[in-house]
Design a protein around this ligand. Structure first.
Ligand SMILES: Cc1cc2nc3c(=O)[nH]c(=O)nc-3n(C[C@H](O)[C@H](O)[C@H](O)COP(=O)(O)OP(=O)(O)OC[C@H]3O[C@@H](n4cnc5c(N)ncnc54)[C@H](O)[C@@H]3O)c2cc1C
Length: 366
């Protein structure tokens, strides 16, 4: 049986592992369990009205959002992990042109669902946390609870006899196989998949590669409230870099910061609290009532390339080494689909003929 090592069990690694053919492969997942972006994430799956102009990224994100229907069925994912409750978009100006864009995009992304301009009262009715203001609602938007997704998919993987090793890994090539080293053990593998977020750079550099990747710190705050209906509420994308995500058990998340100078730091800061609450206050119905609840922080590290686009696939000169990283702030949306595409490639040798990314050597060179 071919031995496969997956380094990193974030959203890419764990989804990939669950789609691999366990009758053909002996699979081990390694994760040092630190700073996982997936665990920290806000959870919004709603890429269609992004201001980004990168067409390859948009195709990937749109197809990634559509892929959730298959993922939910294949893996039997419950509503408390993935819920398609819609998205509310708030804009001081330009809601009509946003609605027009949504109608255009819906032609090849029917998952957008119903598109509706909401009056002030209708906005508050849909999401009572919001102050009365006009908005755009799209029914296809969803939220994914990254932490619970990982827990659930890990259980599924364990049932499929996939092994887990919770240690930090370094990688070496010896003759025709890969050597995976941890502080306590060594394992050899025929194939390796690096799904280690920004750490793909650290793992590839000792093998002689230059990698275009950098870490970015992201923080969000999670309020505990008594809002029992929050589980059915849509997410809201506010007009100024802040989002409001009602979650399970009355939790309400306000996210996220994008801190480029903080690199790998995982400490929560009061500056992040100030920034996020200041940016969201004007949009909230009773800010003082929400913000007085007890809260906790979540902090994670995103991976970015210079052109903010993800990359994934086998290295040309080392086809037994596959990589996937650079998912930035939309990796919950694109990550499961990337994991699935990589699994298909390993299982069947098939690769999508859609142009989702620049050539891999744009980001990784020897
Ligand atoms: C605050 C925040 C909010 C976000 N909100 C959203 C959102 O609303 N919507 C959205 O689509 N995306 C969002 N994202 C982005 C998304 O979370 C990430 O892009 C995605 O989770 C990346 O997944 P990944 O599998 O590539 O990496 P990760 O989830 O980071 O997993 C990589 C894993 O590799 C492991 N690892 C690294 N090096 C080693 C090593 N040497 N040995 C062993 N293990 C190693 C790490 O421990 C880690 O667990 C958000 C991110 C953050 C930080």
């Amino acid at each position: 049986m071919q031995k496969i090592a997956i380094i990193g069990s974030g959203i890419i690694g764990i989804t990939l592992a669950n789609y691999l053919d366990t009758t053909k492969y002996d699979i081990t997942l390694f994760d040092e369990g630190n700073g996982q972006a997936t665990k920290a994430s806000a959870g919004i799956i709603s890429p269609w009205l992004s201001k980004r102009r990168n067409k390859r990224w948009y195709r990937l994100a749109k197809d990634g959002a559509a892929f959730f229907q298959k993922l939910v069925t294949d893996m039997n994912i419950s509503n408390d992990i993935y819920a398609q409750n819609g998205t509310i978009l708030l804009r001081k100006n330009g809601l009509e042109s946003l609605a027009t864009l949504a109608e255009q995009r819906k032609r090849d992304a029917p998952e957008i669902g119903e598109i509706k301009l909401l009056s002030s009262n209708a906005t508050t009715n849909k999401l009572p946390l919001l102050a009365p203001q006009e908005s755009l609602y799209i029914s296809g938007g969803a939220r994914l609870d990254g932490l619970h997704y990982l827990d659930y998919m890990k259980k599924l993987a364990a049932q499929k006899q996939i092994h887990f090793i919770s240690e930090k890994v370094t990688l070496e090539k010896e003759n025709n196989h890969w050597q995976i080293n941890t502080p306590n053990q060594q394992m050899s593998a025929d194939r390796v998949i690096l799904a280690a977020g920004p750490n793909c750079k650290t793992l590839l550099e000792p093998l002689g590669y230059q990698v275009d990747l950098r870490p970015q710190k992201g923080q969000l705050i999670v309020f505990k409230t008594s809002q029992t209906q929050s589980v059915n509420w849509p997410v809201a994308m506010l007009d100024n870099e802040a989002d409001l995500i009602p979650a399970n058990n009355g939790q309400v998340i306000i996210g996220s910061t994008h801190e480029n100078e903080e690199h790998w730091d995982l400490h929560p800061t009061t500056a992040a609290f100030e920034q996020l609450t200041t940016n969201s206050k004007d949009f909230l119905q009773f800010p003082e009532s929400l913000l007085k609840n007890s809260f906790s922080y979540r902090v994670g590290t995103r991976a970015y390339t210079s052109d903010f686009a993800p990359f994934f696939g086998p290295l040309t000169e080392e086809p037994s080494l596959l990589v996937a990283s650079g998912l930035g702030s939309s990796g919950l949306t694109t990550g499961p689909y990337i994991g699935y595409l990589l699994a298909n490639y390993i299982n069947e040798g098939t690769w999508p003929d859609t142009d989702y990314q620049k050539p891999l050597n744009t980001y990784i060179q020897k």
